[in-house]
Write a protein that binds this ligand. Structure first.
Ligand SMILES: [Cu+2]
Length: 432
């Protein structure tokens, strides 16, 4: 993944992310540590659809050097991670989630959108204390050593949050959330039961969006009261990472508790060689809307909150959208392809591009931060001993929250809820 990472940050450098350049040039990026999936959705799955999660605490890092105390659902075998594992199941099949609690207070899991959830065999339902006040939206596991087993039959195909149902404001802010992907039975490479929701196998991405007010986390870490009247989110995350960490591969060794990257990597549509789109599944675990968009192209919204956008007799109600408003608690599933492949063809779009004079190029070591092509075109000759940032003619588009304060790291632009979409040439990239 070294080249991918280096090339990704190169394009961002063009956009003026000075801190990213500084970080990138100072470090030799190691390869991902034995990652099963280096890019895109990294499912936790098994034939029994039985998962063991441990609610616990740990730290995540932010690109500005901060370290944030968090709570999360870790895989019981591998420990704390943010967000919780992405659980992939098949619609109509039974699911079991065993929650172990190591936190200093009771916690639980709610599965919004799933029907007939049971907790230790009883219907999942709100809990009240002796005074009649709501204590939890669902049966919880007691502090320290408690456990509870949730069971349900996976509902309609799509994407769902799972998150804490206990002291929700605090615990979800602290990081108690994850993604649940429900696949249509017999069609693992469709988003829903409709044939037109098919995507290219492996070109599947989850963007779990969230935010952090570090003051809340510091108060919890120090066992002090939380002052919600001053709540101000300072970090904005995709899959528990902020830009530029969003570009690093899954299981990057330097982000040991933040295993999921958020770089989308696709090829242009081609009727013969690449007829299917990629799918990107958005989830909002935060408290405000996240208006997310990639530059350069729309996405097709095909599912909301785990339901296909279809009329009563199967009419296709999906729609093309540039700016995806993902509301708190909502999920939005999209298809993304790239249709202007003609621009790649130098015989039909022979726009010449010139490499600037060497003195006009920003050179760092043997890298150049200049893309040397203004369109999705062929690769031009480069000066000797120079590594370009589109070595095979690939291209990068930024993708981010258009509420621009959400594209910052503690106020420093650019960062936060931001990543890139990488588009490879139709023939693919042999160098990466
Ligand atoms: Cu934008």
């Amino acid at each position: 993944m070294t080249n991918l990472w280096r090339k990704s940050r190169s394009r961002i450098a063009v956009l003026g992310v000075a801190t990213l350049v500084a970080v990138g040039t100072a470090v030799m990026w190691p390869h991902a540590a034995s990652a099963a999936v280096a890019e895109g959705l990294d499912c936790e799955t098994n034939a029994q659809q039985t998962f063991s999660l441990t609610a616990g605490d740990g730290y995540v890092s932010t690109p500005d050097g901060n370290s944030i105390y968090m709570w999360s659902y870790g895989d019981s075998k591998t420990g704390f991670q943010l967000p919780g594992p992405t659980l992939c199941v098949t619609s109509g099949q039974p699911v079991t989630v065993i929650l172990h609690n190591t936190l200093p207070e009771a916690t639980s899991i709610v599965f919004p959108g799933q029907k007939g959830v049971k907790a230790n065999g009883n219907p999942a339902q709100p809990q009240f204390d002796g005074g009649g006040s709501l204590s939890s939206l669902v049966q919880s596991a007691v502090a320290g050593t408690g456990s509870v087993t949730y069971t349900f039959t996976a509902g309609s195909p799509g994407t769902y949050l799972y998150e804490s149902g206990t002291d929700v404001n605090k615990q979800v802010q602290m990081g108690m959330y994850g993604a649940l992907v429900v696949r249509p039975a017999g069609h693992p490479n469709q988003v829903n039961d409709r044939a037109d929701s098919a995507f290219t196998a492996g070109k599947e991405y989850v963007f779990l969006l969230s935010e952090v007010d570090p003051a809340v986390h510091l108060a919890v870490e120090r066992n002090q009261p939380i002052d919600w009247t001053t709540y101000t989110a300072r970090y904005f995350m995709i899959n528990g990472r902020s830009m530029p960490d969003t570009l690093a591969p899954n299981h990057a060794s330097w982000l040991p508790t933040q295993p999921y990257g958020a770089l989308v990597h696709i090829k242009p549509y081609d009727a013969n060689t690449n007829p299917l789109p990629a799918t990107i599944r958005y989830l909002n675990a935060g408290s405000v809307n996240y208006p997310f968009h990639p530059h350069g192209s729309d996405e097709r919204v095909i599912n909301r909150d785990g339901h296909a956008l279809a009329g009563p007799t199967g009419q296709d109600l999906s729609y093309q959208k540039y700016d995806l408003d993902v509301g708190p608690g909502q999920t939005v599933d999209t298809l993304m392809d790239w249709r202007d492949a003609e621009a790649w063809n130098p015989t039909t779009n022979p726009i010449p591009t010139q490499i600037p004079a060497i003195t006009d190029q920003l050179l760092v070591g043997t890298d150049t931060w200049f893309s040397e092509s203004g369109y999705l075109g062929t690769k031009n000759a480069l000066p000797a001993n120079i590594t370009s940032n589109n070595e095979c003619g690939e291209y990068y588009h930024i993708a981010h929250s258009h509420a621009l304060e959400q594209s910052t790291n503690f106020g420093a632009t650019f960062g936060g809820m931001m990543t890139v979409f990488r588009i490879d040439p139709p023939a693919g990239c042999t160098t990466q």
